[in-house]
Write a protein that binds this ligand. Structure first.
Ligand code: NAD
Length: 493
């Protein structure tokens, strides 16, 4: 049984328990608390108290703490990856990489965060000095999804902490264990209350944190539907809302693409984490002239991929996170088939496994806009191929979406690449290298994906508020003060 981590210790109120299930075996791994509003309040009190001191600790000292956390994460990389695979299902090597990215992100913000605290601005008169100070908001609430439970934690925690905020994290009820397992590392390197972890359901403890008057910024990574609900609650309080929501990314393959590479790149972008990636390739647009060959090759390649427990070294795709998610994806596939789509491989829960939520990687054709499978985010290993006449047609279809997270393109044609990069509405545009993140490059989405950014300097500014300071180093009576008769006389000459 695991408890809340509040004020640097385990907080053990009597509450109902939520089981955490291994999606590959359906075994119960452990239980966490079903947190309540009272637990939210305890975390807020601790975070508010810690904020009084934490905000003033020099950034250089905070940076050293983040570096030490990064080193401990690396030392624990293998064990953590195993726990992440057991609770989330991703293949072990994907989780091992995730732990490395988490450590690297702590280090990135340790460095960036001690470099700047605002700007100097040219004054409008002599003997005046104008500058900005970037200040922390106060208590930041991080509400996390299950697909990258630690990566999407650090994209919030590292910039929020280095900026001087204190943090309360609410992991997904599906994957709380890996985050809770870091409590001892946080305890060694952060003062009590600076980082707190509470568990439970979004509608319960999640909303209690969002609506608590003692929280100042809500940073959510989740679905568009959750974003709308949390956004409304924040708007009612004029509370800062940082939203990183769903995606439905296009992936364009032009006729000059090297198909050996584009097929592998596309399969990886669509099936990574069993298709449960916000920036996964979810709509594949292939130039007419190469569509048949591309389809033939990607079906062959898809059939060669190995589905299995993420802990097995030869597994390419693990299970889906839960039965509800698997059934949702399958219902979309069936609906599309009823509307004329064809499944070329996959399209079903794998019959090879007695336990676990395994869905076969699936290539589909005869799909089109207007199908739920294509128009909304289908969070599973589905690769729907649509034919396009040329780059303009591909851009038009790519933009026919309410999401705007990422977009991918394979070509060496500079004009097509730049046209698509400029005209497609997306927060990240990848040319010939799908889904690669860079800690220094901003990540986030346009349209209903949320208009916010994580990573890069932009990702630090999301957790800092700007104060403008105006200083006159000479005390003097200004000519435009009362009484106005004097001012009017001056201007009348
Ligand atoms: P989800 O929206 O169901 O849940 C996300 C988190 O929000 C969970 O911790 C959940 O408990 C909490 N939550 C739910 N309702 C809430 C409420 N009313 N108040 C407060 N908290 C609430 O999403 P998920 O299924 O965990 O994750 C998958 C989704 O996340 C997909 O849509 C995916 O695209 C998106 N995602 C986006 C990004 C990005 O960076 N844009 C990254 C990863 C995942």
């Amino acid at each position: 049984m695991k408890y809340h981590w509040i004020d640097g210790k385990w907080h053990k109120p009597k509450r109902e328990r939520i089981p955490v299930i291994d999606p590959a075996t359906e075994e119960i791994l452990d239980y966490v608390l079903r947190g309540t509003a009272e637990d939210a309040d305890a975390a807020v009190q601790a975070a508010r108290k810690a904020f009084r001191h934490w905000r003033w600790e020099p950034a250089i000292e905070k940076a050293q703490r983040l570096h030490r956390i990064a080193a401990e994460l690396r030392a624990r990389q293998k064990a953590l990856a195993t726990l992440m695979t057991r609770e989330g299902g991703k293949p072990w090597c994907e989780n091992r990489d995730e732990v490395e990215w988490v450590a690297a992100c702590f280090q990135y913000y340790a460095e960036v965060g001690r470099n700047s605290r605002g700007n100097s601005i040219p004054p409008v008169f002599r003997h005046q000095i104008n500058f900005t100070i970037k200040e922390p908001y106060g208590v930041v609430v991080g509400i996390l999804p299950w697909n990258y439970p630690l990566l999407l934690m650090v994209w919030k925690v590292a910039p929020a902490l280095i900026a001087g905020n204190t943090v309360i994290l609410k992991p997904s009820e599906e994957t709380p264990l890996s985050l809770l397992s870091l409590a001892d590392i946080f305890a060694r390197h952060l003062p009590p209350g600076v980082l707190n972890i509470v568990t439970g359901y979004g509608e319960e403890i999640g909303e209690a944190l969002v609506t608590h008057p003692g929280t100042d910024l809500i940073a959510l990574t989740g679905s568009v539907e959750t974003g709308k609900r949390v956004g409304q609650l924040c708007a009612a309080q004029i509370k800062k809302f940082h939203a990183e929501l769903g995606g439905n990314d296009p992936f364009i393959v032009c006729e000059d693409a090297d198909l050996d590479i584009a097929v592998r790149g596309c399969a990886w972008a669509a099936y990574l984490n069993t298709g449960q990636v916000c920036t996964g390739a979810k709509r594949i647009y292939v130039f007419d002239s190469i569509a048949d060959e591309f389809t033939r090759r990607i079906v062959k390649f898809t059939r060669s991929l190995r589905l299995g427990n993420g802990l097995a070294p030869r597994t390419d795709l693990g299970p889906m996170i839960n039965l509800r998610q698997l059934e949702d994806v399958h219902a979309r596939v069936e609906e599309a088939v009823r509307d004329g789509a064809r499944v070329l491989c996959g399209g079903r829960r794998s019959p090879k496994f007695k336990k676990g939520f395994f869905y076969e990687p699936t290539v589909m054709v005869n799909v089109h806009h207007g199908m739920r499978l294509v128009d909304t985010e289908t969070f599973g290993p589905i690769l729907p191929i649509m034919r396009v006449r040329d780059i303009d047609h591909a851009i038009e279809l790519a933009n026919d979406s309410r999401y705007g997270l990422g977009a991918n393109l394979y070509t060496n044609n500079l004009e097509w690449a730049m046209k698509a990069a400029e005209q497609i509405t997306a927060g990240t545009f990848w040319i010939n290298d799908p889904l690669t993140d860079n800690d220094a490059g901003p990540f986030g989405g346009m349209r209903q994906t949320g208009h916010c950014r994580e990573l890069g300097e932009e990702g630090l500014d999301e957790f800092r508020e700007t104060k403008h300071v105006h200083l006159d180093y000479r005390q003097e009576i200004k000519p435009y003060w009362y009484p106005y008769r004097r001012y009017n006389r001056l201007s009348a000459g």
